[in-house]
Structures are given as structure tokens and as C-alpha cells.
Design a protein around this ligand. Structure first.
Ligand code: PEP
Ligand code: MN
Length: 344
């Protein structure tokens, strides 16, 4: 079996008793290897609770010493690293709102130089993969070797049921390009609601993620931040008992067979796309000859609604079908435009 890293703890440190109660309950589940706790919180609105700050550090040290449970905190500035290091904390994560800012990442990386730290970097809020990669580079240059990526979904223009869009294809592509870097999932910030935390976590594990970071609070409904998405320690324990883990990747005859079926289907639909595009080119030439407009909204509405109507019969999510059709349509319009511009 592969080695997983299970991280859990409250969104924010709120009081000594809340930190301690959560840590003791999580330790008792036997399913936590690292306790998370945000002590400086980057909140959207200035009047909301911003974390306990440095006052939480002695309590976190007690969690490490007395419960033998290592602790990680979010660092959003050089000062955060320096202050936490005084209490022996050596695990940090960089939050999504920090990863977007190269100045800030650089400053934190420099503060980490010479320290023996484990650093996890959450993806930036927008799906800008280069920005995420840049953050890793900055820490590597600072001599930090134990790095991990945390996937927490993205804010995008189109909202779905989840708080942050998982864009799983992007995670798959990230893992393909960075096989050496452990990839963890934060199902709490993707889901945004405790109801969906488990399904997101399970999906991530099926996609071969290397662990989870989950928000847990002893009284979630009264939490001072992210109240909707935090689990009770007991719910966390149940979730962890019921998640199905994937076997270490290797050869497996059944899996190989499924994969070859998928490969065949992928080849087939690419060929169909190629044939479709050929017809679009013919249409463009015809439109050019007859001086017809490139884009005919009524026709496109019909095509799209027919595809969405059929989605259900085909056991496909209509949103998925809609996105695929939009992509196909955009590519076809672009190609037709090239032909009309005389470049085809
Ligand atoms: C958090 O982990 O509490 C947090 C603020 O997450 P993110 O940076 O992913 O929004
Ligand atoms: Mn949170």
C-alpha cells in the first residue's frame, strides 16, 4: 500500500480549549498524522474573526509535546515563520491567497532559508498553474526540500454546487507533470459544505492523491470561520474508516484491460472530432461562397439543447455535456474564421 498523509484540524484556532479538545479527539481516531490549525486567518471581510494569532503557539507546542501530534500552521508572511519557529513548529502551509502573490511567497521562502521545514503549498485561487509552480521554485531555491502540493479547488466564473471548482483534469495533469511531488487534497475547501466533504475526498483518493487535509471542529456550527464545511471529530473518524484507498500503482491485469478500453475509446472520439472538423471546414467554404454569416445563434441553440436533452439518456451530467459542446463549438468557430480570413 502507498503511504498517505492524513492532516486534520480546525480551520482556525479560536481558544485554548477548542484547540486542545479538537487535537485530543483527533488523536483518538488514530487517523491523523499532522494537526492543522490556522492561527493567522486571511479573511475576505475585515470585520470577521482573524484567528488567535501568536497566543495559539504555546497550545500548539503542547499538542506536539503531550499528544505526540505534529502541527502545521498557515504562513502568510516571514513573521509567521519566525514566530512559529520559536515554538519549534516546523510544518507550514502556504494558503491559496498567498500563492497568488510572488512577492509574498518570495519573502516567506527567504524566511525559511536555513530552517529544517516541511512546506505545503496550496494551489492559487485561480487556475494559474505557472503561479503554483513558481511558488515551489522559490522554496526550492531557498533550500527547502520537503515540499508538498495541496489541491483546494479554484474560484471560477461559473459556480457549481461546490464552493471551489475541483477541475479534476487539472489535478491529473499536475500529477503527470510533477510525479515526484506528493499531492494532497483539501476536500473541505473544495466542498464548502460538510455534506460533500467525503465524496470529494473519495474522488481525490481514486485519482491517486497522496493524502488529505480536512477541517475538523468540536462544534462546527459555532465555528468562527468556515462553519459550514467543518466536520465533527467523530464524523472525521467515520469518514476515514469508510474511504476506499487505491492500491499502490503498478501492474494489475484488470486495470490494464480497463485502460486499454479507455485508450481505444479515446482514439475513436478523437477521430470523430477530426471528421466533424472536416465537415465544419466544408461549411465554412460554403458560407463564404454564399456570403452567409459565420455564427448562427438559432442553429447553435438547437444543437446545444438537443445535446443537453440527450445527456440524461446517456447517463451523462448535462453540465459536462454542455462544457464539452461549448469547447467543440468554439474550436469549430475558430477554424471557420481562419478559413473565412483566407488562412484555411
Ligand atoms: C485554510 O486552509 O483554512 C484556508 C484558508 O484555505 P485556502 O488557503 O485554501 O483558502
Ligand atoms: Mn478554512
Amino acid at each position: 500500500m502507498k503511504e498517505y498523509l492524513w492532516i486534520a484540524g480546525p480551520c482556525a484556532a479560536e481558544s485554548e480549549s477548542q484547540i486542545w479538545e479538537t487535537a485530543v479527539a483527533l488523536k483518538a481516531t488514530g487517523k491523523v498524522s499532522l494537526f492543522r490549525c490556522g492561527i493567522w486567518k486571511a479573511r475576505t471581510m475585515p470585520e470577521t474573526f482573524a484567528g488567535m494569532g501568536e497566543a495559539a503557539l504555546p497550545v500548539l507546542k503542547k499538542v506536539e509535546d503531550e499528544l505526540q501530534l505534529p502541527v502545521c500552521v498557515e504562513a502568510a508572511s516571514a513573521r509567521h515563520i519566525e514566530e512559529a519557529a520559536v515554538y519549534g513548529i516546523s510544518h507550514f502551509w502556504i494558503g491559496a491567497r498567498t500563492t497568488v502573490n510572488p512577492f509574498q511567497v518570495q519573502e516567506i521562502a527567504e524566511a525559511s532559508k536555513g530552517l529544517d521545514l516541511d512546506v505545503m503549498i496550496k494551489n492559487p485561487i485561480a487556475p494559474d498553474i505557472k503561479l503554483w509552480e513558481g511558488a515551489f521554485e522559490r522554496f526550492r531555491h531557498a533550500g527547502i526540500r520537503r515540499l508538498k502540493a495541496v489541491y483546494r479547488g479554484f474560484s471560477t466564473a461559473s459556480s457549481g454546487v461546490y464552493r471551489n471548482q475541483p477541475l479534476w483534469n487539472l489535478a491529473i495533469e499536475w500529477k503527470r507533470q510533477h510525479p515526484e511531488l506528493p499531492l494532497l487534497c483539501d476536500p473541505s475547501h473544495i466542498a464548502g459544505n460538510r455534506e460533500w466533504v467525503k465524496e470529494v475526498a473519495q474522488k481525490a483518493l481514486f485519482l491517486d492523491f497522496d493524502g488529505l487535509m480536512v477541517e475538523v471542529h468540536p462544534h462546527p456550527e459555532n465555528a468562527l470561520s468556515d462553519a459550514r464545511q467543518q466536520l465533527l471529530p467523530s464524523e472525521y473518524g467515520q469518514m476515514m474508516d469508510s474511504l476506499r484507498l487505491t492500491a499502490a500503482s503498478g501492474t494489475d491485469a484488470v486495470l490494464e484491460k480497463y485502460r486499454s478500453l479507455i485508450d481505444t475509446l479515446d482514439r475513436e472520439w478523437l477521430e470523430i472530432l477530426s471528421r466533424r472538423m472536416e465537415i465544419c471546414r466544408d461549411i465554412a467554404r460554403y458560407k463564404q461562397e454564399k456570403h452567409l454569416s459565420l455564427y448562427q445563434m438559432q442553429r447553435w441553440n438547437q444543437v446545444l439543447s438537443e445535446a443537453i436533452r440527450r445527456a440524461e439518456d446517456l447517463h451523462l451530467d448535462p453540465h459536462y455535456v454542455e462544457s464539452v459542446m461549448q469547447l467543440v463549438h468554439e474550436a469549430s468557430l475558430e477554424e471557420q474564421q481562419r478559413i473565412l480570413d483566407g488562412k484555411g
